[in-house]
Write a protein that binds this ligand. Structure first.
Ligand code: HPA
Length: 270
């Protein structure tokens, strides 16, 4: 794996250099986060050695390098989901490559179902912790000590100092937010009412089909990590309604503006 990571990293360094210390993963419908990036270079995933291809609607599948508030950043427009059939190593491959080109902070975003009864569609959740319900783990298999340790401590996957900075920004900008626990599932099915209830009982505040693998790998690679959910539908007892991918994208696009403001300010103070 290290050879593949290094080949992809060498390609990227040739294309964009190694100035970016922050990488942003743009989740479903959150592409408008990229609007503020002054793009220097856009690279299709197809052109990057060993990168898988995206298939899901709403994901462009390209890597952007540019400046956000004058800060050099890399942004993934489109991520690799486990439910698409990729294995955990493929899903998290870009995070490994970012580390190899000098990135030290990963900002993740996603669309999620709200299971905390106070959540509303369009709310922003700053993820404080996760529950891995993928029944798989990107670190399963032989561990390469050059990438990280065998048994990583998981007490602070989402960097507290980054969360505090994001909170200060949101408060200063008058943007309301929640702090919550994200349950990551393999998908592609949304939850049955009983599953939503179970995830709530187990301590979750929202549920989605991404983020957990990438956060684990960012943490394994000793990178800072922060993750945001946009609540696109509700899995709250009595409020569970039919949900479609189209609705998720629509709600995410609408709420993405608030996230855009937070992330734009956050990159300045990382
Ligand atoms: N469940 C799982 N994943 C999701 C949801 C949901 O309700 N909404 C957006 N992604």
């Amino acid at each position: 794996m290290l050879k593949k990571i290094n080949e992809a990293a060498e390609y990227l360094v040739r294309q964009i250099g190694a100035k970016a210390k922050t990488a942003i993963v743009l989740g479903s419908g959150l592409n408008n986060l990229a609007e503020d990036i002054q793009i220097e270079k856009a690279i299709n995933y197809t052109d990057i050695p060993h990168f898988p291809l995206t298939t899901v609607e709403g994901h462009a599948g390209r890597l952007i390098y540019g400046f956000l508030n004058a800060i050099p950043v890399i942004a993934m427009q489109g991520r690799f989901h486990y439910y698409e059939g990729y294995d955990m190593q493929q899903v998290t491959f870009p995070i490994r490559v970012f580390k190899a080109i000098g990135v030290n902070t990963v900002i993740l975003s996603n669309a999620a179902g709200g299971i905390n009864p106070v959540y509303k569609v369009g709310d922003i959740v700053m993820i404080t912790d996760h529950i891995n319900f993928f029944h798989d783990n990107p670190l399963r298999g032989k561990n390469d000590e050059r990438l990280g340790e065998r048994f990583p401590d998981m007490s602070e996957v989402y960097t507290h100092t980054l969360l505090q900075k994001a909170e200060s920004i949101a408060q200063a900008q008058g943007i309301s937010y929640h702090k919550g626990v994200y349950v990551g599932t393999s998908g592609p099915t949304f939850e049955t009412p009983s599953e939503y209830r179970m995830y709530r009982v187990l301590g979750g505040d929202c549920v989605g089909m991404s983020t957990v693998p990438e956060a684990i790998v960012a943490h394994h690679g000793n990178m800072q990590c922060i993750a945001f959910s946009v609540v696109t539908d509700l899995g709250v007892a009595g409020q569970v309604e039919k949900v479609s991918h189209k609705e998720v994208l629509k709600a995410a696009n609408a709420a993405g503006k608030k996230l855009q403001v937070i992330v734009k300010e956050l990159v300045k103070v990382i």
